[in-house]
Design a protein around this ligand. Structure first.
Ligand SMILES: Nc1nc2c(ncn2[C@@H]2O[C@H](COP(=O)(O)OP(=O)(O)OP(=O)(O)O)[C@@H](O)[C@H]2O)c(=O)[nH]1
Ligand SMILES: [Mg+2]
Length: 178
């Protein structure tokens, strides 16, 4: 890989409980197709996705606690941005709060943690929380999302783009400081 390419390499990390939609989001991003099949991720999956001038290394970790305990340090370290994915149910949002607290032990202030209030398509039918409500509880920037809708690929790319811009600015400031 050329050094100019390394500069545009970003580590994006998805965390969250089982079945909240992490792998579906990665499929949406990397393949532009999603399915409703639930195959729990064993350990973790890693994919490189090109977005504009960036190479995104996207880490998708199985939500089972045993994986998280075993791998979380290596998995989280060096992340440029962490997405905490929740299925927007009250119980899962509370679990997500715990995961955020845990993740902050491994990353510095320069790594933003962004919440995805996923499965918003089910909000009306089964009373899942709105993105605003999720944001109030998690106290991190939160985007409402529905990963099973292929039309939302652009929305996901825009969410990531916004964060990449901020990361690039922070990196440049750091270079000036050095
Ligand atoms: N209704 C609805 N279903 C979704 C959405 N996103 C994902 N799903 C479904 O939820 C199930 C679990 O999705 P996955 O993406 O495999 O979940 P995961 O977070 O990767 O799960 P683990 O690998 O076990 O940690 C699948 O059946 C998906 O089709 C969504 O926005 N709305
Ligand atoms: Mg998965």
């Amino acid at each position: 890989m050329l050094s100019s390419e390394i500069k545009s390499l970003m580590k994006i990390t998805f965390i969250g409980s089982p079945a909240v939609g992490k792998t579906t989001m990665l499929k949406l991003l990397s393949k532009n197709s999603v399915d409703r099949l639930y195959l729990p991720t064993h350990g973790f999956d890693l994919k490189t996705v090109k977005l504009d001038d960036y190479y995104l290394k996207v880490w998708d970790m199985g939500g089972q606690r045993s994986y998280f305990k075993a791998y979380s340090k290596d998995y989280l370290l060096g992340s440029d941005v962490i997405f905490i994915v929740t299925d927007s149910t009250p119980r899962n949002v509370l679990n997500s709060r715990e995961l955020i607290n845990y993740a902050t032990h491994f990353v510095g202030k320069e790594c933003p943690i962004i919440a995805i209030a996923n499965k918003q398509d089910l909000q009306k039918s089964d009373g899942r929380m709105s993105p605003n409500r999720v944001e109030d509880i998690l106290r991190v920037k939160t985007y409402g999302f529905s990963a099973i809708n292929p039309n939302n690929r652009i929305k996901l790319m825009d969410i990531i783009r916004k964060e990449l811009k901020q990361i690039a600015i922070r990196r440049r400031l750091k270079e000036i400081e050095l």
